[in-house]
Each structure stands twice: as C-alpha cells, then as structure tokens.
Design a protein around this ligand. Sequence first.
Ligand SMILES: C[S@@+](CC[C@H](N)C(=O)[O-])C[C@H]1O[C@@H](n2cnc3c(N)ncnc32)[C@H](O)[C@@H]1O
Length: 325
Amino acid sequence: MIAIALAYALEQTAAPRGRTLWLYGEPLPDYAPADVYHPRKNFAEALQKKGHRVVSDVAEIGRDYDAVFVTCPQQHEEVEGLLALALDRSRGFVMAVAPNDAGGTRLRGMLEAFGVPVESVGKSHCRVAWTGAAPEADRQKVEAAQLHLALRPLVLGGREWWTVPGIFGWDQLDPGSRLLMDHLPDDISGRVADFGCGFGYLSARLARDHQGIRQIDAFDIDQRAVTCCARNNGEKVNAVWDDLRSRKVEAIYNTVVMNPPFHSGKGTDLGLGQLFIQKAWESLRPRGRLFLVANQHLAYEKVVPGLTLVKLGGAYKILTTRAEG
Ligand SMILES: C[S@@+](CC[C@H](N)C(=O)[O-])C[C@H]1O[C@@H](n2cnc3c(N)ncnc32)[C@H](O)[C@@H]1O
C-alpha cells in the first residue's frame, strides 16, 4: 500500500534522486541503495541485507540530503518529530506517507504547520504529502519538534524514567505491568529475563523488590526502548537489542517475566504473544518459573504446559507456570 502510494505520488512530481534518506520506510527500487533510519531490529537487519546503509539511532542520521522520505509511524509526537527532522536534513524535497486510518488524514496539515507549501494526493488508502521547499520551514518549529525524538526524563509513579515518544506506552506505566509486579512471589532470585522490556519498568521493579536476583537480561526489538531500559536501571540489568522471535534461546533462567506484545502493525497478532511464551518456556532452567500478564481475552493458557491463573484484575490476567525438573 505504502509503496504503491509513494510511487503514484512520485509520478505527479519531479523528486530529486541523488542522496536520499528514508525515515522508517523501505526505499523504492529506483532509489536503492539509500540511507535509512529504523529503530526496530528486524527491519534494520532486513534493510541492511538489501544493501541500504541503516542507522537505528536518530543521533547518527546525516544531513544535506537531496530528498527525505518519511513513512509515518502511528504515534503523533513521533511523526511530528520525524517531519521536522526530514525538513532539517533535506536540501529541498520532503515526502511523507501515512495510511488514511493511521494519521493520513492529518498529514498535510502537520507538514503545513511548519510553514512550507505542501501538495498532496491520496492513493491505496494512504495520503502522501510533500514539499520542495524544506529550507523555508519555520526554524523554531523545526528545532522544537525534533525534541520529540530525543530521550527525555518523565516522572511516572513517583520516579523519573527515561522514555521517548514512539516506544510502547512511552508516557505511562502500563496497568497490566503494574498488576504483574504487585502479584509476584517474594522468592524470585538468581538469573532472570524480562522479555519485551520496553523502557524497563518490569526490570526496575524486579531489581528493587527482589534482592536475591543476580542478573536481569532485558530484551527488546526497539533500539530506543533498550537504551531507555539501560538508563533506567543499574548494573544488574543487561539490556539487549534483539528480536526474540528469531533469538536462539538457552535454558538458563530461574524466572522469566513479561507483558508480551500482541500487536503487529495495527492488528492483533495472537501468534506473537504465543511465540514469546514458547521462547520463555524454552529459556527456563529445570523448575524455573514464568510469570506473564495479558489482556483477559488473549488465549494463551494452552501454549505451554501448566499455565494457570494467578490473578484477574481489570482487563488483565496474570498467568504462571513452572518448568519440569
Ligand atoms: C506490551 S510491551 C511491554 C513493555 C514493558 N515490558 C512494560 O511492561 O511496560 C511489549 C514490548 O515488546 C517489544 N517487542 C515486540 N516485538 C518484539 C520482538 N519480536 N522481540 C523483542 N521485543 C519485542 C515491544 O517493543 C514492547 O516494548
């Protein structure tokens, strides 16, 4: 959809080729190889394999591009930040695309708000908006909006957390995760894993409340989440940037905790949470335990042996199981 919409828009306007930067999206074949920003490991690796030069940290993005293309993610502040970054790094041309039901309808207005002339077309349920006048953008607005892409400290639940728009639940403590932490047994110790750590709330609570824990390995697919998790935790927490779906796991953990993801793009992806549970199960030492929180409607109970209910609370359930040994 996105590629069709972009290709269609590029038939309507003469976009420069030269050096191009792609924020999130995959460069169209005519532009390959190109410079790409993507913070999620699976996309970053796939794009690298196709020959693109990929960075996963906004601080490493270059400047003076002939054209910058933005495939808009869903989070509003992040999109504003990416549009500002695109205007800052382009010598003229910026083009952005979003599905109509995920920000597309407001895309033109968001670009116009930076004070540049904008054209736009709709195609394949997406909106594409562009300008050829990036240097005319309001500098103050461009500088201010780019701050949305920087990690920032935010006070949540009585302490400061490093976080950034675009990562999971960036400006709140997830109620399900809080429920999970409030219902763990006291005797968690040894080597622990936090699967899908986000900015590190579960790891931080574990490290604070369970003195017998020796090490916590905290994994996330999003580079920004991993950086935040490391900053939000001390030496006990080893934050790892990885895609757990493809990670080869070993049976080394006394305990695995998680609030597994269940979305891919916009839709519910039950299989993703189920795969997390399977991987966690394979990661447990003999007699090791798994604790997870999930929305009540998600059918996880039969994924691995012995998963039983510990607690229902609000829309959530806490499940646990123990490996044989
Ligand atoms: C529901 S959030 C939980 C975040 C955090 N643990 C909390 O409780 O607030 C799930 C996390 O899993 C991460 N994630 C999604 N798919 C992943 C994958 N394939 N491998 C590793 N992490 C993944 C997401 O980036 C997100 O941070």
